[in-house]
Design a protein around this ligand. Structure first.
Ligand SMILES: Nc1nc2[nH]cc(C(=O)O)c2c(=O)[nH]1
Ligand code: SF4
Ligand SMILES: [Mg+2]
Length: 244
């Protein structure tokens, strides 16, 4: 598949476009928005909730080998912008997978949406540095460095120059997916080491009950550290469904 062309026909590899919905996670939790989910990821988290963007071999806990031909669609960036703009929202969330793997075309998408008065948030795993071109397009980054319970070690998931570059962007938020208070020491270590400014803790889980239980387990310890809390409000509203 051709990932990129030239000029106005530049391509972006999309998994799905949906909306209107609400941003379910992080500092904008509850805000009206639409989504574009891009294909491909450079990590392989065991508990990944979007394995259909990258898992062609059944490596994640879901155990399903997805079909890249069915999941990946090379689309014209202008067409993606158009599909999002017709949903008539003020905010677009670009997620994945890992959107910074396609940051040249993501920057172009941010500019096209910005010209129509729509702001953009990018969900990223924090292992890839944003280019000056992408930062200049002024998206807000929601950065989720994955912890050891993702099945990968810090040598893969903690990339100092990427974390520092993302932390320096306007409004960046660091949203750590946690299971229990024991995970918070690992978060504190990363926060202190890279001077992360806006820290959010979010429970890991793909159903309402798991999210509620883990939130209750985490809340006091998060409050004690003066950090922020998010849940995954779209899962509370609609369960573990695609396209919401
Ligand atoms: N509603 C909604 N909010 C979200 N925030 C981050 C999401 C993601 O999949 O990255 C997500 C998602 O999949 N749906
Ligand atoms: S970084 Fe995100 S999309 Fe990639 S494998 Fe981990 S949870 Fe899934
Ligand atoms: Mg999701």
């Amino acid at each position: 598949m051709r990932a990129r062309g030239t000029g106005s026909d530049r391509k972006i590899v999309v998994n799905e476009i949906f909306g209107p919905t609400i941003q379910g996670e992080g500092p904008s939790m509850g805000r009206s928005c639409s989504f574009v989910r891009l294909g491909g990821c450079n990590l392989t988290c065991t508990w990944c909730d979007t394995p259909y963007t990258w898992d062609w071999a059944g490596r994640s806990d879901a155990g399903t080998a997805y079909d890249p031909k069915a999941e990946l669609h090379a689309m014209n960036v202008a067409e993606v912008a158009e599909r999002l703009l017709v949903t008539d929202v003020r905010l677009v969330v670009v997620s994945g997978g890992e959107p910074l793997q396609q940051q040249r075309t993501v920057a172009r998408l941010c500019r096209l949406l910005g010209e129509s008065g729509v702001s953009v948030e990018i969900e990223t795993n924090g292992t890839l540095s944003p280019s000056p071109e992408l930062v200049a397009a002024r998206p807000r980054f929601n950065v989720s460095p994955t912890l050891r319970h993702s099945g990968m070690g810090p040598e893969q998931t903690v990339v100092p120059e990427a974390l520092r570059a993302l932390n320096a962007t306007r409004g960046a938020a660091f949203t750590f997916v946690c299971r229990d208070p024991g995970d918070l020491d690992e978060v504190a270590d990363i926060v202190a080491r890279y001077g992360l400014e806006s820290v959010w803790i979010m429970p890991e889980g793909q159903d309402q009950e798991t999210l509620s239980d883990r939130l209750a387990l985490l809340a006091d310890a998060v409050v004690a550290r003066r950090w922020n809390i998010s849940t995954r409000i779209h899962v509370h509203a609609w369960g573990n469904r695609r396209g919401v």
